[in-house]
Design a protein around this ligand. Structure first.
Ligand SMILES: NC(=O)c1ccc[n+]([C@@H]2O[C@H](COP(=O)([O-])OP(=O)(O)OC[C@H]3O[C@@H](n4cnc5c(N)ncnc54)[C@H](O)[C@@H]3O)[C@@H](O)[C@H]2O)c1
Length: 245
């Protein structure tokens, strides 16, 4: 198939170009970026466009994808409400896959966590533990929050009603149904996440360890292959991975 990579000079774009060039599925890869030395647009017969640029670039990019009737994989994050609306409007004309985390492993993990929480119930205490490098500025990580939300969703509760962010001092007994999050920081860890379900008789732990940004790029390429020829609609990585049952 024929694809275009938008933001090809960026960190994610370079990774995507590299991976796509090694995959025989992609017979042509148009590398687009606003910086010199890259294409500025892509031709009519492009099957899918992968966007890892900047939020304000998305409305014009997706408008061009509508013109070229290309499937659109949106990895770019931080869109304003107006930019989101441009995506929603375009998705009435072309298939759009949109996810803030395109990693296959994390999307599968979210599904496993939700299902486990639903099956195990509140006899199993849920603790989410993440570890990242010492330079990370926010805590807990966005992915840890997604995991805790997935667990809450599995139990049919809202995370804000049951969340506990770390513990210190005389905090008392653990309330039933609590979902706790803990952030560890140190060294150069790219991103580890573990969700624990602890009962009186056993403990289940589901762990994901990220090793490189390649995980996001591989997911985006998989989404592009999947989206080719699909009906016009907004899809998520759950659809791409067939996790909707
Ligand atoms: N969904 C995911 O899984 C995921 C993973 C990582 C990053 N991201 C997001 O992807 C985006 C890019 O991340 P990055 O780390 O590669 O950023 P980056 O700054 O390294 O690269 C962005 C590139 O886009 C180019 N660009 C800007 N406007 C453009 C336009 N109109 N047309 C073509 N190219 C344009 C820039 O010149 C730059 O080369 C960010 O929004 C980031 O949050 C998403």
């Amino acid at each position: 198939m024929k694809i275009a990579i938008l933001g090809a000079a960026g960190r994610m774009g370079q990774m995507l170009c590299n991976l796509a060039s090694q995959n025989p599925e992609f017979e042509s890869v148009v590398k687009c970026d606003i910086v010199d030395g890259y294409e500025k647009t892509w031709p009519e017969n492009t099957d899918a466009v992968i966007d890892f640029t900047f939020h304000s670039a998305v409305p014009a990019n997706i408008a061009r994808a509508v013109e070229t009737k290309s499937a659109y994989v949106l990895g770019t994050t931080g869109l304003t409400a107006e930019e989101e609306q441009a995506v929603t409007d375009a998705a009435t004309k072309i298939p759009v896959v949109k996810s803030a985390n395109m990693s296959l492993g994390v999307n599968l993990l979210l599904d496993l966590v939700r299902r486990a929480a639903a099956v195990l119930g509140t006899d199993y205490d849920i603790e989410v533990v993440e570890m990242h490098h010492r330079l990370k500025k926010d805590a807990p990580s966005g992915t840890a929050l997604m995991l805790a939300n997935a667990a809450a969703d599995g139990r049919n509760v809202k995370l804000e009603d049951v969340a506990c962010y770390g513990r210190e001092g005389l905090v008392g007994e653990r309330p039933e149904g609590e979902i706790a999050l803990h952030a560890l920081r140190g060294g150069s860890v790219v991103g580890d996440h573990t969700v624990m379900y602890a009962s009186n008789v056993e403990r289940i732990e589901i762990t994901h360890k990220a090793q490189s940004r390649e995980a996001f790029a591989a997911g985006a390429l998989r989404a592009a292959i999947w989206a080719k020829g699909k009906d016009a609609k907004i899809y998520s990585m759950r659809d791409v991975l067939n996790l909707n049952d």
